[in-house]
Design a protein around this ligand. Structure first.
Ligand code: MN
Length: 315
């Protein structure tokens, strides 16, 4: 694997960069892209960040001080994109011409001339911090905001087990540049849109407990979504609602997609493996977060879920 020093050199020797971000862009892919964009622009380079068409407006502040320009690319970089399938459809045309892939996921299926992966990094923005230092670009308040956004969002604001002393070290360094940490935290981790609260109202109304409150299931139908006029954006993070309840070991959120199909998200405590559970429904995912799809009715899905819990755990 190339060193960050070599990568910094490659960046200095090239120009006309496109930086690609992943589908359903999050704070880490956008923070990585805009911090690198700002750093390269500080070196006098031409740079453009390319995103999915559905880019949440809450991350608009990352573009502060970025110069918008139009040109054809000569060097293409992907940031935080673990798999080819995570390249947004509007950027698929660049899939086979990526020069540099920067990532922190254990395995990347992106084809690039240079691939740099550090899977010990809690966020790709941790890699970006060290890369920008190697580029000899002075970090400023804007770059610090971008890097902080990536690190804080990927660590759940330093709550998840992927948070390391390195994550805290980098942030302690970033704080020297006086970026608005309090405002970023407020906007990303505290404030919710009114529509989001209306969505949660429905999810709370439909919430049902079973097995001595160890299992909490809720759902939202397309009719309910229409009644409060919400789109996909407001559904972001709803899967964590049932598992956030005290003593719940399995929290399930079912959301109706068009054509009567349900997307079922399963979140679990460390007592249940969500991936194994979802395999019973031909789904899968990670040990604490997984999911599956079904064309059956809410009643039927609930019934099956409860049967499996009785069968597997004697509940
Ligand atoms: Mn990431």
């Amino acid at each position: 694997m190339e060193t960050l020093k070599k990568i910094a050199e490659a960046l200095r020797n090239n120009d006309f960069f496109y930086i690609l971000t992943h589908i359903y862009p999050d704070g880490d892919t956008l923070g990585s892209a805009y911090s690198l964009c700002a750093a390269l622009q500080k070196l006098g380079k031409h740079v453009k960040v390319l995103t999915d068409v559905n880019c949440p407006s809450k991350f608009d502040f990352l573009k502060n001080n970025i110069k918008e320009e139009d040109f054809n690319p000569k060097y293409i970089i992907s940031v935080d994109i673990a798999e080819k399938t995570l390249i947004p459809s509007n950027l698929k045309k660049f899939e086979n011409s990526i020069n540099l892939c920067l990532d922190h996921h254990i395995k990347s299926t992106i084809n690039a001339d240079i691939t740099y992966i550090d899977h010990t990094a809690a966020a790709n923005c941790e890699i970006m911090y060290y890369l920008i230092k190697e580029m000899n670009v002075a970090i400023d308040s804007n770059i610090a905001s971008c890097l902080y956004t990536g690190i804080s969002t990927d660590t759940g604001c330093f709550k998840y087990s992927n948070t390391t002393s390195k994550s805290h070290f980098i942030v302690s360094e970033l704080l020297k540049y006086k970026f608005p940490m309090d405002t970023i935290n407020e906007n990303l981790f505290i404030k919710k849109s009114k529509k989001k609260i209306e969505t949660e109202k429905i999810l709370n109304k439909n919430l049902e407990f079973s097995f001595n409150n160890k299992c909490a299931i809720t759902y939202i139908t397309t009719d309910e979504m229409k009644s409060i006029n919400i789109g996909e954006n407001e559904l972001d993070g709803i899967a964590s609602l049932p598992i956030s309840i005290e003593n719940v070991d399995i929290g399930i959120t079912m959301r109706e997609k068009s054509c009567g199909e349900y997307k079922i998200s399963v979140r679990t405590s460390n007592k249940i493996n969500a991936n194994d559970f979802c395999k019973n429904f031909s789904g899968g995912g990670h040990s604490r977060a997984a999911g599956f799809s079904s064309f059956e009715s809410i009643f039927k899905i609930k019934e099956k879920i409860k049967n499996i819990l009785t069968l597997k755990f004697g509940w």
